[in-house]
Design a protein around this ligand. Structure first.
Ligand SMILES: *[C@@H]1O[C@H](CO)[C@@H](O)[C@H](O)[C@H]1NC(C)=O
Length: 163
Protein backbone atom coordinates (compact mmCIF):
# COMPACT_ATOMS: atom_id res chain seq x y z
CA UNK A 1 0.00 0.00 0.00
CA UNK A 2 1.34 3.48 -0.75
CA UNK A 3 0.19 7.05 -0.30
CA UNK A 4 0.88 10.16 -2.33
CA UNK A 5 3.85 12.11 -0.95
CA UNK A 6 1.87 15.33 -0.56
CA UNK A 7 -0.89 13.70 1.44
CA UNK A 8 -0.59 14.57 5.12
CA UNK A 9 -2.56 11.95 6.97
CA UNK A 10 -2.62 9.91 10.13
CA UNK A 11 -4.08 6.45 10.02
CA UNK A 12 -4.06 3.18 11.80
CA UNK A 13 -4.48 -0.29 10.43
CA UNK A 14 -5.31 -3.61 12.01
CA UNK A 15 -6.71 -6.96 11.06
CA UNK A 16 -8.90 -9.71 12.33
CA UNK A 17 -9.17 -13.26 11.11
CA UNK A 18 -12.34 -14.94 9.93
CA UNK A 19 -13.75 -12.05 7.90
CA UNK A 20 -12.01 -13.05 4.69
CA UNK A 21 -10.37 -9.65 4.44
CA UNK A 22 -7.93 -7.34 6.13
CA UNK A 23 -9.90 -4.63 7.84
CA UNK A 24 -8.30 -1.25 8.27
CA UNK A 25 -9.32 2.30 8.87
CA UNK A 26 -8.64 6.00 9.04
CA UNK A 27 -9.67 7.67 12.28
CA UNK A 28 -12.94 9.56 11.79
CA UNK A 29 -13.72 7.61 8.66
CA UNK A 30 -17.22 6.22 8.59
CA UNK A 31 -16.58 3.62 5.93
CA UNK A 32 -15.07 0.87 8.01
CA UNK A 33 -16.69 -2.50 8.39
CA UNK A 34 -18.39 -2.72 11.76
CA UNK A 35 -16.47 -5.78 12.79
CA UNK A 36 -13.22 -3.98 12.04
CA UNK A 37 -14.00 -1.05 14.28
CA UNK A 38 -15.19 -3.39 17.00
CA UNK A 39 -11.93 -5.28 16.76
CA UNK A 40 -9.69 -2.22 16.93
CA UNK A 41 -9.41 -2.22 20.76
CA UNK A 42 -8.54 -5.93 20.58
CA UNK A 43 -5.81 -5.64 17.97
CA UNK A 44 -2.24 -4.48 17.52
CA UNK A 45 -2.14 -1.38 15.34
CA UNK A 46 0.11 -0.20 12.54
CA UNK A 47 0.16 3.58 13.00
CA UNK A 48 1.33 6.08 10.41
CA UNK A 49 1.74 9.83 10.26
CA UNK A 50 2.54 10.63 6.66
CA UNK A 51 3.97 13.86 5.32
CA UNK A 52 4.49 15.80 8.54
CA UNK A 53 7.18 18.41 7.73
CA UNK A 54 8.88 16.19 5.19
CA UNK A 55 9.06 13.29 7.61
CA UNK A 56 6.90 10.21 8.02
CA UNK A 57 6.53 8.40 11.33
CA UNK A 58 5.29 4.88 11.93
CA UNK A 59 5.04 2.34 14.70
CA UNK A 60 3.37 -0.84 15.84
CA UNK A 61 1.27 -0.32 18.98
CA UNK A 62 0.23 -3.08 21.36
CA UNK A 63 -0.96 -0.50 23.89
CA UNK A 64 -4.50 -1.85 23.69
CA UNK A 65 -3.90 -5.45 22.73
CA UNK A 66 -2.20 -7.92 20.42
CA UNK A 67 -3.98 -10.32 18.07
CA UNK A 68 -2.03 -11.05 14.88
CA UNK A 69 1.59 -11.07 13.70
CA UNK A 70 2.40 -7.74 12.03
CA UNK A 71 5.37 -6.34 10.14
CA UNK A 72 5.86 -2.85 8.69
CA UNK A 73 8.48 -2.48 5.97
CA UNK A 74 9.81 0.75 4.54
CA UNK A 75 10.25 -0.55 1.03
CA UNK A 76 13.88 -0.60 -0.05
CA UNK A 77 15.17 0.63 3.32
CA UNK A 78 17.09 -1.38 5.88
CA UNK A 79 17.44 0.74 8.99
CA UNK A 80 17.11 -0.38 12.60
CA UNK A 81 16.11 1.20 15.87
CA UNK A 82 14.19 4.37 15.10
CA UNK A 83 15.66 4.58 11.62
CA UNK A 84 13.80 3.95 8.41
CA UNK A 85 13.46 0.17 8.54
CA UNK A 86 11.38 -2.83 9.48
CA UNK A 87 9.29 -3.31 12.64
CA UNK A 88 7.99 -6.73 13.58
CA UNK A 89 5.82 -8.27 16.27
CA UNK A 90 4.77 -11.90 16.46
CA UNK A 91 3.44 -13.86 19.42
CA UNK A 92 3.17 -17.53 18.41
CA UNK A 93 0.57 -18.62 20.96
CA UNK A 94 -1.63 -15.84 22.28
CA UNK A 95 -3.43 -18.19 24.67
CA UNK A 96 -0.32 -19.30 26.53
CA UNK A 97 1.24 -15.83 26.32
CA UNK A 98 -1.72 -14.04 27.87
CA UNK A 99 -1.19 -14.24 31.64
CA UNK A 100 -2.62 -11.98 34.38
CA UNK A 101 -3.09 -9.06 34.59
CA UNK A 102 -3.52 -9.41 30.83
CA UNK A 103 -6.66 -11.20 29.64
CA UNK A 104 -7.87 -12.84 26.46
CA UNK A 105 -10.23 -10.64 24.47
CA UNK A 106 -12.42 -13.16 22.74
CA UNK A 107 -14.01 -12.14 19.46
CA UNK A 108 -13.80 -10.46 17.08
CA UNK A 109 -10.09 -9.84 17.60
CA UNK A 110 -9.28 -13.01 19.54
CA UNK A 111 -6.26 -11.30 21.03
CA UNK A 112 -4.79 -10.46 24.43
CA UNK A 113 -5.66 -7.23 26.21
CA UNK A 114 -2.64 -5.29 27.45
CA UNK A 115 -4.28 -4.55 30.82
CA UNK A 116 -1.96 -1.73 31.90
CA UNK A 117 -1.02 -0.44 28.44
CA UNK A 118 -3.51 2.42 28.06
CA UNK A 119 -3.28 3.65 31.65
CA UNK A 120 0.35 3.78 32.60
CA UNK A 121 3.37 5.95 31.92
CA UNK A 122 5.83 3.31 33.09
CA UNK A 123 6.34 -0.39 32.47
CA UNK A 124 4.39 -2.85 34.60
CA UNK A 125 4.49 -6.64 34.80
CA UNK A 126 1.69 -6.73 32.25
CA UNK A 127 3.26 -4.35 29.72
CA UNK A 128 6.69 -5.94 30.19
CA UNK A 129 5.29 -9.26 29.01
CA UNK A 130 4.55 -7.60 25.66
CA UNK A 131 7.91 -5.81 25.59
CA UNK A 132 9.76 -9.09 26.17
CA UNK A 133 8.33 -10.66 23.01
CA UNK A 134 7.89 -7.52 20.88
CA UNK A 135 10.63 -5.07 21.93
CA UNK A 136 10.15 -2.88 18.85
CA UNK A 137 6.55 -1.99 19.72
CA UNK A 138 4.83 0.65 21.85
CA UNK A 139 3.70 -1.29 24.93
CA UNK A 140 2.32 1.52 27.12
CA UNK A 141 1.11 5.04 26.45
CA UNK A 142 4.45 6.83 26.72
CA UNK A 143 6.65 3.97 25.50
CA UNK A 144 7.76 5.96 22.45
CA UNK A 145 11.55 5.91 22.87
CA UNK A 146 13.01 3.66 20.22
CA UNK A 147 9.61 2.54 18.99
CA UNK A 148 8.58 5.37 16.63
CA UNK A 149 10.35 4.93 13.31
CA UNK A 150 10.90 7.65 10.72
CA UNK A 151 11.52 7.94 6.99
CA UNK A 152 11.64 10.91 4.69
CA UNK A 153 8.29 11.64 3.08
CA UNK A 154 7.90 9.87 -0.23
CA UNK A 155 8.91 6.49 1.16
CA UNK A 156 6.51 3.66 0.46
CA UNK A 157 5.47 1.19 3.14
CA UNK A 158 3.92 -2.20 3.34
CA UNK A 159 2.06 -3.70 6.27
CA UNK A 160 2.25 -7.48 6.36
CA UNK A 161 -0.10 -9.49 8.54
CA UNK A 162 0.82 -13.02 9.59
CA UNK A 163 4.28 -12.65 7.95
C1 LIG B 1 -1.34 -22.64 22.94
O1 LIG B 1 -1.32 -22.60 24.34
C2 LIG B 1 -2.43 -23.26 24.96
C3 LIG B 1 -2.35 -22.97 26.45
O2 LIG B 1 -1.11 -23.32 26.97
C4 LIG B 1 -2.40 -24.72 24.61
O3 LIG B 1 -3.52 -25.37 25.18
C5 LIG B 1 -2.44 -24.87 23.09
O4 LIG B 1 -2.30 -26.22 22.75
C6 LIG B 1 -1.35 -24.05 22.43
N1 LIG B 1 -1.54 -24.07 21.00
C7 LIG B 1 -0.59 -24.42 20.16
C8 LIG B 1 -0.94 -24.34 18.72
O5 LIG B 1 0.53 -24.75 20.52
Amino acid sequence: MSWAADLAVSLSMWAVTGLGAIVWGFPSSSGNPVDGNNAKPQANLAEFTIGASGQDYYDISVVNAYNLPMQIDAIGRAGSGTNCGTIQCSIPNVTSFCQPPNTLTGGPGNGCYNHDGPNTGAPTKGTQAFKNVCPETITFTTDTTGTVYGCSTGTNYEVVFCY
